[in-house]
Design a binder for this molecule. Structure first.
Ligand code: C5P
Length: 210
């Protein structure tokens, strides 16, 4: 029987990762960041000097391995650990243009869906509840004001432009960032991390997640 999936979508720096990780810990589910999969490919494309136009051919030769580890999953691209490179500036500037390429999305989605065969998951991203796993009954969309999201990113020491990634992610033709049908929307602007985790767990309880 496939595992249960809690889908958490939202724009950059809306708190998705921390909230998803916290909810997964409390429920004993596996935490999966779909952004890490796009970032692993973005790192590889930058490494290989590949443009988004060349990506459809390049992606077919890539081997992305998914390993379970203490913090969720780690990713090996062509046998090399991608994890130390996921937040690098070159990765961050490549990721949204690459994520707009349909064949890249297909490659990521196949791997994300395969994870449901073996695990109960909290999966976060931009299109989990709308495209990747739309049949799950547990969908959330987290948002926060642009100012608060920029502040959170700066606090993390992140180097990329959140606003520019949001623009690209929301306007692309394939699987743009959107509020999935049936998703519970939570504005996290004035909530702390524990407050959002509690809000999600409370709704899951009310919706009958066992
Ligand atoms: O969540 P994170 O900031 O790591 O995502 C990096 C980028 O990966 C996003 O800005 C977006 O371009 C892409 N992405 C996506 N669909 C997802 C998750 C991430 O297009 N489900």
């Amino acid at each position: 029987m496939p595992g249960r999936v809690i889908a958490i979508d939202g724009p950059a720096a809306s708190g998705k990762s921390s909230v998803s990780r916290g909810v997964a810990e409390r429920l004993g589910f596996l935490f999966v960041s779909s952004g890490h999969f796009y970032r692993a490919f973005a790192w590889g494309a930058a490494r290989d000097g590949i443009s988004p136009e060349q990506a459809p051919f390049w992606i077919t030769g890539r081997k992305l391995e998914v390993r379970r580890d203490a913090s969720g999953v780690s990713l090996l691209l062509d046998g090399e650990n991608a994890t130390p490179h996921l937040s690098e500036a070159t990765t961050a500037s490549m990721v949204s243009p690459l994520a707009a390429v349909p064949s890249v999305r297909d490659a990521v989605n196949a791997r994300l869906r395969a994870l449901t065969a073996e695990h109960d998951l909290v999966m976060e991203g931009r299109d989990i509840g709308s495209v990747v796993l739309p049949d799950t009954p547990w969908k959330f969309y987290l948002d926060a004001s642009p100012e608060e999201r920029a502040r959170r990113r700066a606090k993390e020491g992140a180097v990329d432009s959140v606003a520019e990634r949001d623009r690209l992610d929301s306007t692309r033709a394939t699987a743009p960032l959107t509020i999935p049908e049936g998703a519970i929307v939570i504005d996290t602007t004035h909530l702390d991390l524990e407050g959002v985790i509690e809000a999600v767990l409370g709704r899951l309880n009310a919706e009958g997640l066992r």
